[in-house]
Design a protein around this ligand. Structure first.
Ligand code: HEC
Length: 161
């Protein structure tokens, strides 16, 4: 019986000793509990959670890029004979490059509206001479001359992009 009691006392003492040594390991803070501080931390946490939620929603539902609305009225002010001529010639190009020169995926035609005029003229001449091969477009440009290319380019470069 005495042995059992001694054993129990030693066991309890051991448990208490272990608990005390653990207790000492934790840092003791003298800071007073402050409602205001806790509230601040809580509010900052809410703000952070909101931002995270917005990011999550943005990732889930990416914003669809709205299609460009074609404004009514003339696209280009035809105030010179060159632009008038260019706009007439451009009618043949609309099938593939679009009214605004925005290009057409189904035709593999690139966007040309708003491109630099000198670049357009250079490409058209290169296509006509065969330096740049473009079988789809050749029938449309083979009868045109340098002046036509310049007029066309002037018009296309003025298209809004
Ligand atoms: C049958 C469809 C078609 C028609 C009609 C057409 N094009 Fe094209 N055009 C294309 C395709 C396809 C390309 C791209 C070819 C390539 O990548 O080499 C192209 C390329 C071009 C380029 C080069 C663009 C660049 O960024 O290098 C210019 C400039 C151009 N076209 C102007 C015209 C003009 C001006 C007309 C009207 C006279 C015209 N196109 C008519 C199909 C067409």
């Amino acid at each position: 019986m005495t042995r059992l009691v001694t054993f129990c006392v030693v066991l309890v003492a051991l448990i208490i000793a272990i608990n005390f040594s653990n207790y000492k390991k934790f840092p003791v803070s003298n800071e007073q509990f402050s409602f205001e501080k806790q509230e601040k931390i809580y509010k900052a946490h809410i703000v952070e959670m909101k931002e995270l939620e917005e990011m999550r929603l943005a990732a889930l539902h990416p914003v669809k890029v709205e299609e460009v609305v074609v404004p009514a009225g003339p696209l280009v002010v035809l105030d010179t004979p060159q632009l008038v001529h260019g706009s007439k010639l451009y009618k043949a190009c609309v099938v593939c490059h679009g009214k605004r020169g925005q290009g057409k995926k189904s035709q593999k035609a690139p966007r040309i509206g708003g491109q630099m005029a000198w670049y357009l003229t250079k490409q058209l001449s290169a296509m006509k001479s065969g330096v740049r091969v473009n079988k789809a477009m050749l029938p449309y440009i083979k009868k045109l001359g340098t002046k036509d290319f310049q007029d066309l380019s002037a018009y296309i470069s003025k298209l809004p992009w």
